[in-house]
Each structure stands twice: as structure tokens, then as C-alpha cells.
Write a protein that binds this ligand. Structure first.
Ligand code: NAD
Ligand code: TDX
Length: 332
């Protein structure tokens, strides 16, 4: 039993992690979150106040970070600017948070000698062709495409350097695309679900051939806890659940689950530099640390996610109009 500092714990995957930790361990949690447009204190509602404390602040604030590191046993670092489309519009916050913010945390981990787990993404590896038999492994060379993924790649390299140069006790995980409750409506799956719930046609970039490797956010959480518990310092672990699907298939599934005609969607302007395919080989995590995902049935997980958005309209309504206006201004 101990106290975890969870950066970005009011965001999508971070809040799912906090719920998972409270439900499955005896740990307490301090969440450090700037509550940007992507952070929402309501995602932590209902959690026990004696075990979860939200501190509103910036991971690049060295004084605040220093104080919080002194209060915890380990740190799990989710905070990031996370949306590719935003990074194409205004890259600067991605550098400030993903690079300078991670640097600030690493310096505190070094000073306080705290166990540090860095959350990253499969996008650091670039993309694969649709017919490529290969998947990403821990040995795939870095080749990021967007301002978002290049700043995540940079943050991963900082972590590796702080392990080697300063002996920081860090691990890294690179996960595939997450879905589940509490995901911001700017992202693909919640955008299309909430479009359908509002009577708006889903919007597919380009031809919809791009493939993403979907994992439920709760499985991501269990993998991170496994790495915190059993991971080897300095190692990187890829997290994935063999969930490759092209975007068109996902939109058609959402339409079919919600009782709409399968072709009731629009093709819109493609994302510049759009990565074609991501695919994760998570053999190392499964064989060396014994992790397995629980949500093997994507359609069942998607159905539960649709139900969550239907039941929690008050959580997503405030962001919806602004997001759609932003996309409309880009022909998307
Ligand atoms: P998100 O955008 O939903 O949440 C990010 C959170 O970080 C928000 O609560 C935001 O307020 C907070 N934040 C942003 N800048 C901050 C700052 N300077 N200081 C403190 N808090 C700040 O993102 P997400 O989808 O939950 O992603 C979380 C992490 O997981 C990111 O590191 C991302 O790269 C990684 N990841 C995401 C996916 C995915 O599918 N979404 C897949 C793999 C890895
Ligand atoms: O309206 C849309 N229509 C559409 O076709 C949107 C928002 C997206 N797309 C496509 C683009 C991608 O091929 O859907 C796919 C998924 O898009 P996003 O949800 O924006 O995710 P992606 O760009 O794949 O990145 C996500 O996974 C890796 C997360 O946002 C990142 O934080 C994570 O690192």
C-alpha cells in the first residue's frame, strides 16, 4: 500500500487508471492535472475523498512538482497534450507539456529517487502499410509523423537518458489506441458516438481505410499496474490487445449497434500526414510479466461505451458544440 502521483489523472486514460487503482488496490492517489480543455474533475466524481486528492497545476511547475514528489511513493505520468489534429493546428502546447513537462518530472524523480512510469504511445514508431505482416515491437525504430507523436517520442528519449545518465528508476509503456468511458469528444470513437446520439452523421477522414489497434482503457490500466509492480527498470513495454480495425468498420459498427443504416456517414477531408496503420505486438509484456487483457470482445466493449455516452450526456455536452465547430472550420 502506498501513494501514487498520477499526472493527467483528470483526462481520459488517467481517470480510468485512478478508478482502476481505487477499485483494485489499497493505494491512495494524488492527481496532478492542469485541467486543460481535456481535463475534467467530473471524471473523478464519486471516488473516495480519503483516497483521491486532485491538485490543479502544471507538470512544468517545478516548485509544485517538487513538493508533490515528496509526498508520494511512485509516479505514473499520463499528462500530455494528446490530440494529433490539435497538434497540426497549434504545436506549441505539445512542446511545453510533453517535452518540458516530462523533463520537469524527471528532474524531480531524480532528486527524490522516486519510481517513475512514463505513459507513451505506439505512434512514436510511425506507421505500417496495410499489407505489412509486421507489427510494432520494443525494437522498432522511432519514426514519428506529427507534432504530437514527435513530442511523445522526445519525451520517451528523455526518460531513457535520465535512466542511463542519472539512474532514475523509470519504465516506459507504449500503448495502442484506447477506447472506453471519459474519452473527450474530439477523439474518433466518442465523436462518432455523440454525433449519432445528436442525429449528426459520423465523419470519416478520407476513405476510412486507416487501421487502429483498439484496447479498452481498463486493460491499459491493468497493464500499467503490472509494469509498476513487476517491470524491470529501464525497460520499455508495448501494450496492445490485438484489436486491429479500420476506421470504416468502426463507424459501421457504431451505426449498427445504434440501429442506423450502415452507410449513414460522411467522408470528410483527410488528416494531413495521416498515419495508415498501427499494430502492437505485446508478447514481451504477456510472456515476461504475465499480463493479459480482459476486454477481448471489441463489439461488446463498444456497446458498453455507447451506453456510457448515452447515460452521461451531461459529462460531454459542454464540449460538443465547440469541437464540432473546430472540425467544421477544417472541412472535417
Ligand atoms: P487526454 O487529453 O484525455 O488527457 C490529458 C490530461 O492531461 C488532461 O486531463 C489534461 O488536463 C492534462 N494535462 C495536459 N497538460 C498538462 C500539464 N501541462 N500539466 C498537468 N496536466 C496536464 O489524454 P489521454 O488520451 O487520456 O492520454 C493520456 C496519456 O496516454 C498521454 O500521455 C497519451 O500520449 C497517452 N496515450 C494515449 C492513447 C489514446 O488512445 N488516447 C494511446 C496511447 C497512449
Ligand atoms: O472525426 C474523425 N474521423 C476520423 O476518421 C476523427 C476525430 C478521427 N478519425 C480517424 C483518424 C485516425 O485514423 O480515426 C482514427 C483515430 O483518430 P483519433 O481518435 O484522433 O486517434 P489517433 O490519431 O489514432 O491517436 C490516438 O491514439 C494514439 C490518441 O489520440 C493518441 O493520444 C494516442 O497516442
Amino acid at each position: 500500500m502506498g501513494t501514487l502521483l498520477v499526472t493527467g489523472g483528470a483526462g481520459f486514460i488517467g481517470s480510468n487508471f485512478v478508478h482502476h487503482v481505487i477499485g483494485n488496490t489499497d493505494h491512495s492517489v494524488i492527481v496532478l492535472d492542469k485541467l486543460t480543455y481535456a481535463g475534467n474533475a467530473a471524471s473523478l466524481a464519486g471516488l473516495p475523498e480519503d483516497r483521491v486528492r486532485l491538485v490543479e497545476g502544471d507538470i512544468a511547475d517545478a516548485t509544485l512538482v517538487d513538493d508533490l514528489f515528496g509526498q508520494v511513493d511512485a509516479v505514473v505520468h499520463y499528462a500530455a497534450e494528446s490530440h494529433n489534429d490539435n497538434s497540426l493546428h497549434d504545436p506549441r502546447p505539445f512542446l511545453d507539456t510533453n517535452i518540458v513537462g516530462t523533463y520537469t518530472l524527471l528532474e524531480a524523480a531524480r532528486k527524490h529517487d522516486r519510481r517513475f512510469h512514463h505513459i507513451s504511445t505506439d505512434e512514436v514508431y510511425g506507421d505500417l502499410e496495410l499489407d505489412d505482416p509486421a507489427r510494432f515491437t520494443e525494437n522498432t525504430p522511432y519514426n514519428p509523423s506529427s507534432p504530437y507523436s514527435s513530442t511523445k517520442a522526445g519525451s520517451d528519449l528523455l526518460v531513457r537518458a535520465w535512466v542511463r545518465s542519472f539512474g532514475v528508476k523509470a519504465t516506459i509503456s507504449n500503448c495502442s489506441n484506447n477506447y472506453g468511458p471519459y474519452q473527450h469528444v474530439e477523439k474518433f470513437i466518442p465523436r462518432q458516438i455523440t454525433n449519432v446520439l445528436r442525429g449528426i452523421r459520423p465523419k470519416l477522414y478520407g476513405k476510412g481505410e486507416n487501421v487502429r489497434d483498439w484496447i479498452h482503457a481498463d486493460d491499459h490500466s491493468s497493464a500499467v499496474l503490472t509494469i509498476l509492480d513487476k517491470g524491470v527498470i529501464g525497460e520499455t513495454y508495448l501494450i496492445g490487445a490485438d484489436g486491429e480495425k479500420d476506421n470504416k468498420t468502426v463507424v459501421e459498427l457504431i451505426l449498427s449497434i445504434t440501429g442506423q443504416p450502415a452507410d449513414a456517414y460522411d467522408h470528410v477531408t483527410d488528416r494531413p500526414g495521416h498515419d495508415m496503420r498501427y499494430a502492437i505486438d505485446s508478447t514481451k509484456l504477456r510472456t515476461e510479466l504475465g499480463w493479459t487483457p480482459r476486454y477481448q470482445d471489441f463489439e461488446a466493449g463498444l456497446k458498453a461505451t455507447i451506453d456510457w455516452y448515452r447515460d452521461n450526456e451531461a459529462w460531454w455536452t459542454p464540449a460538443k458544440d465547440g469541437v464540432e465547430a473546430f472540425y467544421a472550420s477544417k472541412g472535417q
